[in-house]
Design a protein around this ligand. Structure first.
Ligand code: TUI
Length: 314
């Protein structure tokens, strides 16, 4: 079944949980435009999480979800708050949510863990996940090793629950490819950064538009926290230090508060400017509704071109 039917939403599109960006306001905007908005709690505490969930309920009567970033030191308490408040869907990232699965199920919440490998995908299916978000390393922020193209069909073959594709999807071609590889829907983040309603500094939006295909890089592999960011001054220094086998402590000095610096202050030199590899194809700022409508209309265009190819093959 296609994701929009599964969730009773207009489009089969989930908004990626972008820490410091995807507040109640942003998530509600995505949901009001036909996608599934997700509140990102990556840099929130439990009280903020409760406030944002309550605010989102005021701002939309459409379904929305909440993401638990499992590296957040408050993850356990955030899970408690989510279960008390009740939402349609929880997505998880940057870890194994196995310990919270029963609690979510008992609260009647659907769980969509992000998985970077077939092994974790199978474990999550056994633990009771309702669907999986298969995320390739093309995406921005915390990433796994595999590409979407290689990982997605392997997970689709390995499990019997719905699979949502993420990482490297920025237009109808990417969506069509995801469906061709067996996904029932997509999760996108980078292409939503340039939405008029996206609450990031204009410098950040301009940096996404200016970025070329090779302008992002994965930092932090040496310390087991691989994060894809814009290849700016900070990223270059970070990679240089990693090459010199610097300690985690020294490396963390460079990234401390980096996301906030990028999102709020518009510091494109020393901030952590997270974005995925599809930044190279983002060309303009637009209203959120336009971005989601364009994704769907370009998907339909690609489909008709497909018919062309199939006719010529027969
Ligand atoms: O979580 C993300 N992307 C994120 S979280 C984030 S916040 C942050 N800020 C500063 C530094 C680091 C993070 C920014 N971007 N995506 C989902 C995702 N999850 N990608 C990869 C994974 C993942 C990795 C390992 C999921 C599970 C996993 O399991 C390992 C295990 O325990 O088996």
């Amino acid at each position: 079944m296609v994701l929009n039917k599964l969730l009773n939403i207009k489009y089969p599109i989930i908004q990626g949980a972008m820490a410091n960006i995807a507040t109640a306001q942003f998530a509600a905007c995505v949901s009001n435009c036909g996608g599934l908005g997700i509140i990102a709690t990556g840099s929130m505490n439990p009280e903020q999480t409760r406030e944002e969930i309550q605010k989102c309920k005021q701002l939309t009567n459409k379904p929305f979800g909440v993401n638990v970033m499992l590296m957040n030191p408050y993850a356990k308490e955030i899970v408690d708050v989510i279960c008390e408040e009740g939402v349609l869907v929880v997505t998880t990232g940057a870890g194994n949510p196995g310990a919270y699965m029963t609690q979510f199920k008992e609260a009647g919440i659907k769980v969509f863990p992000v998985v970077p490998s077939v092994g974790l995908a199978k474990r999550m299916e056994r633990a009771g996940a309702d669907a999986l978000i298969v995320e390739g390393g093309e995406s921005g922020g915390h990433v796994g090793e595999m590409t979407t193209m290689a990982l997605l069909p392997q997970v689709v073959d390995a499990v019997n629950i719905p699979v949502i594709a993420a990482g490297g999807i920025g237009d109808g071609r990417g969506m069509m490819a995801a469906f061709a590889l067996g996904a029932c829907g997509v999760q996108v983040g980078t292409c939503l950064l340039v939405a008029d309603e996206c609450p990031i500094h204009e410098n950040y939006k301009d940096a996404v538009i200016k970025a070329r295909d090779t302008d992002t890089v994965v930092t932090g592999k040496s310390v087991n926290t691989p994060v894809r960011i814009l290849k700016n001054q900070m990223a270059r220094e970070y990679l240089k230090l990693e090459g010199q086998f610097e300690s985690r402590e020294e490396l963390e000095k460079l990234t401390l508060g980096g996301l906030r610096k990028a999102v709020q202050d518009g510091d494109m030199k020393t901030g952590s400017v997270m974005m995925g590899q599809i930044a190279g194809m983002i060309q303009k700022k637009q209203p959120m509704q336009q971005i989601l409508d364009d994704l769907m209309s370009s998907l339909k265009d690609v489909y008709s071109q497909f018919n062309h190819i199939m006719e010529e093959l027969s």
